[in-house]
Design a protein around this ligand. Sequence first.
Ligand code: PAF
Length: 282
Amino acid sequence: MKVVHSKEELGEQIAEWRHNDEHVALVPTMGSLHAGHLSLVELAREHAERVVVSIFVNPTQFGEAEDFDEYPRTLELDKRRLKTTAADLIFAPDVATVYPLGVENATTVSVPGLTENFCGASRPGHFDGVTTVVARLFALVQPDVAVFGQKDYQQQLVIRHMAEDMNLPVSIITANTVREEDGLAMSSRNAYLSDDERAIAPVLFKTLGAVGQELQNGRRNFADLESKAMEELREAGFTVDYFAIRRAQNLEVPDRDCDELVVLAAAALGSARLIDNIVVTV
Ligand code: PAF
């Protein structure tokens, strides 16, 4: 498995694969890889002969008060983890490679509507940073497919929207969330949890599951379900950002007849902001 840092080295490798009629899948990451990322790589391999994993902690998707500086950077460990997977190439560019005119002068890509609520509301500018970097990674790697995790449910919808609206020649694939044994969704930010917080953290998924069960049982008083769930999370020690039941397709407020719902939540334990969701088909 090769590791490249420059646009030129990346281009040479992609050109060679293209010359051999091989398809290319991209798994964009910010590194600090865990089993969830590795499952994205395996899924990517099912869709293309070659898999590129990008590792880039993207400055433009972090707000000023967020954890850009503290975000774990573990390239050597990530390389070792990827060696055991189907990844063919790690693309680990620096900021100047991704943003040649500098972050301040960068052309940005912005998806309206979908980005205004939930994580978009609590992290202003976050999704512009995500779509901007993903569009740039698509331009550099020119993948046939790209794989994103369902844990970042709103993110994968936003990226799908961008790709469709811009006619980007890439298929977006969403991979199931990988969980710890107690249900906690795997995330690089779980490393911020203290032992006490780690013990509480699975309550988030349990609460989502309980609401999912109520929906399966035919309950449709969405607002009541949401406020009861928020109360339970607060009682467990979370600071709740949002807990919402929405249409899975577009995050709009559902009516009673909607048959594909997503229950999505963001809640903090200390400095760790956890997000999770479940899709409920009724
Ligand atoms: O989900 C992530 O890790 C990031 O938002 C992504 C898609 C790699 C863009 O930086």
